[in-house]
Write a protein that binds this ligand. Structure first.
Ligand code: ZN
Length: 247
C-alpha cells in the first residue's frame, strides 16, 4: 500500500478490524447503488470516501429543485442534468481514484441480471415497490447480497439479505401491495435527515459485508423513528415456505 493511500485512509486503517488488509479489500470491491436520490446520496458518498474501488450508479432520472432538500449528491448547478452524471461528478470530487460505472437507465427485468453480475454487493436505494421486488428477486436468483431500505416521513427501515443466511425481502413483505402501485413515491413526504441516516446505515452494511466483520442485519429489521429518536429491532421469521423468490 503506498503512502498516499495510507494517509488518505489512516483513520480507518488504524481501526483494528480494518487495518491495511481491510482497506485493500475495500479497494478491490465493487458496490452497485440503485437510485441516486435521498438514500443513494449518503450511501454513495460514504462508499466513495471509504475507498470502495468501483461503484456502479443506476438512475434514469434528472435532477430537479425539489430533490435538493435531501439528495446531497446534487447541487443547484446540476438541476436539469442526469442524476447519474451529477452523482458521478460529486463522487469523483470526493475520491478521484474510484472507478464509476454509470447506468443512466431504469432497472428492468431485461437489464437487471447483466448489471448485477458485475458487483459484490447491491444497495437498494430506490423509492418504489416494483424496483424493490425486482432487486430482491434478482439477488436471490443470482445469490447476491443486498441491503434494503425504505423511508417515509420521519421513519425508515433497513434489512440485509445474504444468500443462504436468512429471509429475503419477499419472504417478509410478500407481494407488491396493489394500491401502492398507483401511489407516486415522489409525492410522499420525507425529512432529508432521515434519508441521510438510513442511507448511511446501508453503506455501513455494505462495508461490513465486504470486510467480513460484525453482525449484519440478517433476519432483523431495523426501524428508525426520528420523532421519537429511537431505533427498534424486529426479529424476522425464517425463510418463507411460500416465497416465490426463494422457492
Ligand atoms: Zn424469500
Amino acid at each position: 500500500m503506498n503512502g498516499k493511500i495510507k494517509e488518505r485512509y489512516s483513520r480507518q486503517i488504524v481501526i483494528s478490524e480494518i487495518g491495511e488488509e481491510g482497506q485493500e479489500k475495500l479497494g478491490n470491491s465493487s458496490v452497485l447503488v440503485i437510485g441516486c436520490g435521498g438514500l443513494g446520496s449518503p450511501a454513495a458518498i460514504y462508499l466513495a470516501s471509504s475507498g470502495i474501488g468501483r461503484i456502479g450508479l443506476v438512475d434514469d432520472d434528472i435532477v430537479s429543485i425539489s430533490n435538493l432538500q435531501r439528495q446531497i449528491l446534487h447541487y443547484e448547478k446540476d438541476i436539469g442534468k442526469s442524476k447519474v452524471e451529477s452523482a458521478s461528478k460529486s463522487i469523483k470530487d470526493i475520491n478521484s481514484k474510484i472507478i464509476i460505472d454509470k447506468y443512466d437507465e431504469r432497472l428492468t427485468e431485461i437489464n437487471v441480471h447483466e448489471i448485477f453480475s458485475h458487483y459484490d454487493f447491491i444497495i437498494d436505494a430506490t423509492d418504489n415497490f416494483k424496483s424493490k421486488f425486482l432487486i430482491n428477486d434478482t439477488c436471490v436468483n443470482l445469490g447476491k447480497p443486498f441491503v434494503h431500505a425504505g423511508v417515509m416521513g420521519f421513519k425508515g427501515q433497513v434489512m440485509t439479505y445474504i444468500p443462504n443466511a436468512g429471509p429475503c425481502y419477499r419472504c417478509i413483505f410478500g407481494n407488491i401491495p396493489e394500491d401502492d402501485l398507483v401511489k407516486r413515491p415522489d409525492m410522499l413526504g420525507i425529512l432529508g435527515t432521515v434519508t441521510g441516516i438510513i442511507g448511511s446505515i446501508e453503506a455501513t452494511e455494505a462495508i461490513k459485508y465486504l470486510l467480513g466483520i460484525g453482525d449484519l442485519l440478517i433476519g432483523r429489521l431495523l426501524t428508525f423513528d426520528a420523532l421519537k429518536m429511537s431505533f427498534r429491532e424486529i426479529k424476522l421469521p425464517d425463510k418463507s415456505e411460500i416465497c416465490t423468490a426463494c422457492r
